[in-house]
Design a protein around this ligand. Structure first.
Ligand SMILES: C[S@@+](CC[C@H](N)C(=O)[O-])C[C@H]1O[C@@H](n2cnc3c(N)ncnc32)[C@H](O)[C@@H]1O
Length: 389
């Protein structure tokens, strides 16, 4: 792979294509089957020799065919048992070694998967309206509306996070779509979601050469012969510590109830850590009026506020945060400083009142450096000047 931001795909080698008799067995006629040539450069470049490649949406096993040709081990997860069987047969015919197909819902099987060096997949596209042969809530192709589809994709990404090794890559191929007369920026929406869980580092545009036709004047339609490879790494984005601290002080002056915990709290308390904090974790009481004010406060300072990767405005905060447990406020200045605040109001392990009682005062801020109360919070650094206990 070179440093071009695009990749032109002209031919698919018949030797590795899905055989027609197997395609004929598929309920959708395998119209969503990708190209082995599409996956190979990414596998070569983004995984080590003999590394582990996982495709969470295995389909017909195209990624695993590419993995075997590149000498990588592969595991593909496919919800539809009939498709999983087609993929197995395809791999068997190619004598593809070290490749495993698992039938099941990715969200359910993710915890049992080994650590991957690379997660590489073609995202199921929205609008397929495939009524799966068996009863499953997890089939992304069956999503009846776009919000539901994004929500399902979000769950998949979340469950992938622990199985991707630190520093490993997650590459999702996705298109923007046209559904009826509507343009749906699916690739960009998925990109935003990836950025919430991983460090989105780059993209490639895959171009499939197809015959062109003249377009009537003022018409915007295209043959949609391109897609995006969204490239993310499983590492933390470094935040700007001084900018975050300035912002945090300002926030605490306006909202004294805010409590800092997690990595940033440990950094404030002067504790040694393997890496610098990648965000500021805040705990606040679960009060709708307070949450709305906080969202407004962040917005007024140029932060983008999101829930599950989706932006929302402060007017909608009351509704948007129902059923959620946190929101994220992120600001990237034109000069490059990044601040990320994760504002949690419903932590399964941490109760706000209890946490506040256990917190120490560091420089006028409520700080809980330990993972959770009531562990010892003895000041370990000279910057801890008093405790609220
Ligand atoms: C775009 S197709 C993958 C095609 C594949 N790249 C290939 O070329 O062989 C997406 C696949 O994801 C599967 N899928 C959808 N939701 C799933 C889920 N929750 N868990 C596992 N597989 C799922 C669909 O059944 C479909 O086969």
């Amino acid at each position: 792979m070179d440093n071009n931001s695009w990749l032109i795909l002209r031919d698919s080698d018949p030797a590795y294509k899905l055989p027609p008799d197997l395609a004929a067995n598929d309920a959708l006629g395998a119209r969503d089957c990708g190209w082995v040539e599409q996956m190979r450069p990414f596998i070569r470049h983004f995984s080590p020799p003999a590394g582990m490649v996982i495709d969470p949406f295995n389909g017909f096993g195209t990624t695993l065919v590419a993995a075997s040709l590149e000498g990588r081990r592969g595991i593909g997860v496919e919800l539809e048992p009939a498709r999983a069987a087609i993929a197995e047969e395809r791999l068997r015919r190619l004598d593809a070694r070290n490749q495993t197909v698992l039938a099941g819902d990715l969200v359910e099987v993710a915890a049992s998967l080994p650590q991957a060096d690379l997660v590489l997949t073609n995202a199921p596209y929205f609008g397929c309206r495939w009524q799966s042969a068996h009863d499953s809530d997890g089939q992304l192709y069956s999503a009846s509306n776009y919000a539901g589809f994004l929500d399902m994709f979000y769950r998949v990404l979340k469950s992938l996070k622990p199985m991707l090794r630190e520093g490993g890559y997650l590459i999702v191929m996705a298109e923007n779509l046209r559904i009826g007369t509507h343009f749906v920026p699916m690739a960009w929406d998925l990109g935003r979601m990836l950025a919430e869980h991983f460090n989105l580092v780059d993209e490639r545009i895959l171009l499939y050469e197809r015959p062109t036709a003249p377009l009537p004047a003022l018409d915007a339609g295209s043959n949609r012969a391109h897609e995006y490879a969204l490239i993310a790494r499983n590492d933390r984005k470094p935040v700007d510590l001084q900018d975050s601290l300035r912002c945090l002080r300002e926030l605490a002056a306006d909202f004294p109830e805010v409590l800092v915990y997690g990595g940033f709290a440990r950094w404030l308390a002067g504790q040694k850590a393997e890496r610098l904090p990648s965000d500021v974790d805040l705990l606040v009481p679960e009060r709708v009026d307070l949450l709305c004010q906080l969202v407004r406060w962040f917005e007024a300072r140029g932060f983008q506020v999101t829930r599950w990767g989706q932006p929302f405005g402060w007017q909608a905060a009351g509704t948007a945060l129902k059923g959620a447990h946190y929101f994220r406020a992120q600001r990237l200045r034109a000069s490059g400083e990044l601040c990320i605040f994760d504002v949690c109001f419903d932590d399964a392990l941490l109760q706000y009142d209890e946490a506040l009682r256990a917190a120490a005062q560091v420089d006028g801020l409520n700080v809980l450096p330990s993972a959770r109360p009531p562990h010892s919070l003895r000041p370990e650094s000279s910057t801890v000047v008093s405790s609220t206990q």
